[in-house]
Structures are given as C-alpha cells and as structure tokens.
Design a protein around this ligand. Structure first.
Ligand SMILES: [Zn+2]
Length: 433
C-alpha cells in the first residue's frame, strides 16, 4: 500500500514543491535564527538568491558541531512556547543535540513514519509491539505515532523484560515488531529458551528494524530465527532531522525511499564539499524543507550513500538512498585502516559454527593497534582441531575483507552480553581513543 500521493508525484511536480518549500524555509531561518543569518551573510547569500533547486548549493552547511555550539535552543526558529515536544540525542561525546517540535512538526513526523511503515507492509490490521526504549530517544515515539496513525494497535512495551515481551507477543498475537536488529535476535533467543518457537508459536509477519544498521547478513539471521515469510525492512533517520521517517525500504528491498517532499537530499564529496553528480557515492546532506521548530539546512549527516533515481517496482517515484555500509559515527580506525563494525559482523554471521553475538576489543601496545574479536560457539566442542579450524576461517576472511589481522576468541554458548537496545559491540581500550 502506498500511503501518500506525494510518493508517486512526477519529478517536475516534486521539484516544484521542493523549491517552494525550500524558499520559504530559507527565508524563515534568515529572519528568525541569528546564527543562520550570520552564516549566510558570511557566505554572501540572501534568501532571494534561491531561485532554483540548483541554488541550494550556495547555502552554507550545518554540522552536529553547530548544534552543540548553539545548545540547547540556539538554532530553533520558533519561541519555546510554540513547541509541543523536545527530544535529545544521547550525547555520549559532549553535549547532546536538542531538537524541538511544533504541533505541525509532530504531524509531519507522524505522516512520514506512516509512509515508511506502509512501505514495510504495515496496515491498520497490525498489532505493533514497540520494543525500542521510550524516552528522549526519537525511535520509540516516532514509530508509535506513525503506526497508531495508520490504525494499528500499539503495544508500547519498550525495551527490557524480555520474557514479558514474549508473553505479550503471544497473548496479544503481535504481528509487527519494532526493535533494533540485535534485540530482535535476543527476543527470538529468549523465546526458544522458554520453549516457544518464534516461527510457529508467535505471529510476527513484519519487522521494522532500526537504530542500528541492518546488514544483509543480519537480515538473513532474522529470517533464520523468525521465519522466511516475514518482511524485514530497515529505515533511516536521525533525531537532528526529525527521528525515524526520513527514508525506508519498500518490499523490493532496493534502497530506502526518501520522503523528498520534506527532506531534500544531496550527495557531496566530504573533502571538497562539492555536490556530486546523480548516482555517485558520497556524504548524504539533507535539508529539512517543511520543519518549523528546528529546520536544518544542508545538514551533513556524515553517512555515505548514493541516490538512486531509477523507478522502483513498488510504484513510488521518490528517490532512494542505497543502504549504508555503516554509520560514519560507528567507524573505527585500526592501524590507519577505517573499519565499520558491520564489515566484521558480515564475516561473523557468515560463519556457520558461531552465533550472531560478538564483541570487538581494541588495544594499543608499543604504539601498535591490536584487535581481538570475541565470538560465541553455537555448540560446545572438545576438539582442539575443530576450534582451531573455526578460528582460522574467521581470521582468513577478515584478512581478505579488511586487510587486518585479529585475534579470535571462541567463547562458550550464551556467554557474551546481550542487548535490549542499540548493541555496544566495540570496546576501545586504546588511550586517547
Ligand atoms: Zn520501492
């Protein structure tokens, strides 16, 4: 089901709408947000210089640092009294980034999430269990409002208390699961321990997973545990832009459709900051063109992707962004090599003898970096030979894919930490890291 008529607009109609909204937003922030006006003045650009969508590139970028420098409300375009909600990022490094929503912003957010839920197969008949932690994090409330707006039954079970989650899931006949991929795996694992087969005894048909990257390997792992028929889609967003709802995968799983009438995407070369031609891979930059509380212009997401303009079989005409290899924020640097934990995850999940849980430990000795990866055996074994073979297999694959050596520690089944929200897979013990 296609939720909104905007998703099937022709390119010309969409661009006309985008331009009108962009002009209005630029004029508003120029008038209402001093730090924007200063930036625009330094760049020598005025609202009336935005005549075509091409002119977007004349505008200065906004970064996460700008949000921190203006903490908490410096980038807001409305007085606090006009807001109805505030969210914030966790702020593990420095001050959190704070975002505010007017009632219109909440309505737009809800609309965007309903579209993404519809892309993932959700309907008004679904019983949707939200296993994201509720709170300042935008994931849970975003999905909550979007799915409720569709007419689905919401079970706001939040994260944690996994056995109770499974009881609700069974008794309420939950059909749709909202969780991080790692928590979805955990739920299936605990269900099995309780003697419940997620494939047969539970009713889940749709997985809307987010907040963590969904790699192809992780998607297959989800199918292994929850059944081949379930539709597992990932979606993209960040609290700075709104929360979940910026883009999402449809059932054809060929990239994530961007809600372009609200989010205007560009791809830039992160070094030269030049806009790249359509189809090229680079950093995703997003301009919010219909936001009131905190409309960010040319926000540098630090995520690397490409835009796909070819029509999609689902009938939507909105541009798609290719699924990410990793979030730049999660990237680790080992001996000068940039590595996404997701690349290591692919190798681990492709190894039959071990489970999907892992931990990456980084250490530094005599100015050299060392990586240890702890993984879990699916079955205990006393055969030294067998253990050595498994270790070798993982080591060799990592060397081919990353060009790096790692020490592989094989742990007994069920020994590594499990996560109920976003998994913490990397322990960086290097000084200054
Ligand atoms: Zn599609």
């Amino acid at each position: 089901m296609i939720w909104a008529k905007e998703e099937t607009m022709s390119r010309e109609e969409m661009e006309a709408l985008q331009l009108a909204r962009l002009q209005e937003t630029v004029k508003r922030v120029y008038e209402k947000v001093p730090s924007y006006r200063n930036k625009m003045e330094r760049a020598g650009v005025k609202p009336e210089d935005i005549v075509t969508l091409e002119d977007l590139k004349k505008l200065p970028f906004v970064t996460k640092q700008d949000m921190r420098d203006n903490y908490p409300f410096g980038l807001f375009a409305v007085p606090k009294e006009e807001l109805v909600r505030i969210h914030a990022s966790s702020g593990t490094t420095g001050k959190p980034t704070v975002v505010g929503y007017t009632q219109n912003d909440i309505d737009v957010w809800t609309e965007c999430v309903s579209r993404i839920a519809a892309m993932g197969g959700a309907t008004s008949k679904d019983v949707a269990q939200i296993c994201f932690g509720y709170g300042m994090f935008t994931g849970a409330l975003g999905l909550h409002y979007g799915l409720e707006n569709m007419g689905a039954v919401i079970v706001p079970s939040s994260s944690g208390n996994t056995e109770k989650q499974i009881m609700y899931m069974k008794d309420f006949e939950t059909t749709l699961l909202v969780a991080t991929p790692s928590y979805a795996l955990r739920i299936a694992e605990v269900a099995k321990e309780m003697g419940i087969d997620p494939k047969k005894d539970l009713n889940i048909k749709i997985g809307l997973v987010g907040s963590e990257l969904l790699t192809d390997a992780m998607r297959s792992e989800m199918h292994k545990l929850w059944g081949d028929e379930i539709i597992v889609t990932s979606n993209y967003g960040m609290s700075e832009l709104m929360g979940p709802g910026v883009s999402g995968e449809c059932e054809y799983l060929c990239g994530m459709h961007i809600n372009e009438d609200y989010f205007l995407p560009e791809i830039i070369d992160p070094k030269t900051e030049e806009v790249l031609p359509p189809g090229e891979k680079g950093e995703l930059v997003i301009t919010c063109i219909k936001k009131e509380g905190i409309p960010l212009i040319r926000y540098r997401t630090k995520d690397v992707t490409r835009l796909i303009y070819e029509p999609c079989e689902c009938g939507r005409c909105t541009v798609r962004m290719e699924n990410l290899d990793g979030r730049t924020d999660d990237m680790i640097k080992i001996r000068g090599v940039n590595v996404f934990p997701s690349q290591i995850e692919e190798v681990i999940l492709a190894t039959q003898e071990i489970g999907p849980h892992y931990e990456i430990i980084l250490e530094r000795n005599n100015h050299a970096d060392f990586m240890t990866i702890r993984v879990e055996l699916l079955k205990e074994t006393d055969s030294y030979r067998e253990l050595e073979d498994i270790q070798k297999k993982i080591k060799n694959r990592l060397r081919v894919i990353l060009g790096l050596d790692a020490k592989i520690l094989l742990e007994s089944p069920n020994t590594l930490q499990r996560f109920e929200g976003k998994a913490k897979r990397v322990r960086d013990l290097r000084e200054g890291a």
